[in-house]
Write a protein that binds this ligand. Sequence first.
Ligand SMILES: NC(=O)c1ccc[n+]([C@@H]2O[C@H](COP(=O)([O-])OP(=O)(O)OC[C@H]3O[C@@H](n4cnc5c(N)ncnc54)[C@H](O)[C@@H]3O)[C@@H](O)[C@H]2O)c1
Length: 388
Amino acid sequence: MKRIGMGLVGAGFVGPHHVDAVRRLGFVDVVAVAGSSEASAKKKAEALGAPKAYGSYEALLDDPDVQVVHNATPNYLHYPVNAAAIAKGKHVVSDKPLAMTAAEAKTLLDAAKAKGIVHAVTFNYRGNPLVQQARHAIARGDIGAPHFLVGYYLQDWLIKDTDYSWRLEPDKGGASSALGDIGSHWCDLAQHISGLRITHVLGDITTVVPKRKKPRGSREAFQAGGGDDQVDLVDIRVEDLASVLLRFDNGAKGSFSVGQVCAGHKNDLILEICGPQGSIRWRQEHQNELWLGHRDKANEILQKDPALIDEEIRGYAHLPGGHQEAWADAFANLMRDIYGTIAEGRKPGGANHPPAFATFEDGYRANCVVEAILESAKQGSVWTKVSY
Ligand SMILES: NC(=O)c1ccc[n+]([C@@H]2O[C@H](COP(=O)([O-])OP(=O)(O)OC[C@H]3O[C@@H](n4cnc5c(N)ncnc54)[C@H](O)[C@@H]3O)[C@@H](O)[C@H]2O)c1
């Protein structure tokens, strides 16, 4: 098989997981890492075993050995890095959210299509075998046409006023914090599993921690502040908690909440879809189990087991039943779908498009939903149409 060269821009929390995932495929070489400086790039490249290190993303994009660019930088760099990579004709795997605004996301989508490159966004929960099982079961009609989608995505890593992230600064994270960061995952997953589109939203957003102690030095995601950090007290203008009512294109209703200030919830994404013949619930923190709700017989728990899930999606499960698969395995499934498309020289979309592979189109849609929620909240929490 022809080998494919991958270059990573931004090796903080999630970047190394991109590297781990592509290495598992067996035909991808991690060629280079670009960091915010020459020194940090060298350190990260050495830690990740990448042969080349670049102090700027522009230098990485000039490397002819890099065919696929992975963008794992803070949100404000998604647009410029993705746009520059597309202009160079590189395939792009962008972390979410695709861009800071829906307009920027649309520009990226149009540019990627025009250039004919493969474009992907890491909505990685799609890669879980039981997520695909749920999607397959709903498409087959197991629960009938969904009429209610409900859930939440809660974390607790921003609960203290000493917790801090670039995600809380609008010029680096965007106009939204919790909704853009984790709400985008929930909305993508709900639409992916159900096959429905969110058409209208009503949002209620809150900043629970209005002032935070911002460290003077830099801190990567999920790192707690040390007691001796030098800090400045800053006002927070973005939401860390939100509740949203939803309407879908088949008339289904729904709701979800997101928050990063909810103690005990580490990465707690839960999604339930109810239809006339049954309900299906998947929970990220218990991701090897799928709850199947029934009216006229006992409810069931389907365990992640290649022998028990549908044949068509068995390829997403790599270990026998009882051998737990998790976040990083789902991430690798995503990369398998994306790089399979690249290796076969296909374009994203169309009949053979692998399901775990979210494109810039999906990224753009998530940006549109988040923007509509912010607009709804700004207008006093009124129903707002999502304009795609
Ligand atoms: N898919 C997921 O589940 C998931 C999980 C976490 C983060 N993310 C997304 O990934 C992105 C990165 O998040 P993170 O948590 O890893 O953040 P992070 O702050 O831990 O890492 C970002 C890295 O980018 C580097 N960087 C900053 N400017 C740069 C530049 N000009 N050139 C190259 N590198 C630069 C930083 O030094 C840092 O190492 C965000 O957009 C976030 O939304 C996605």
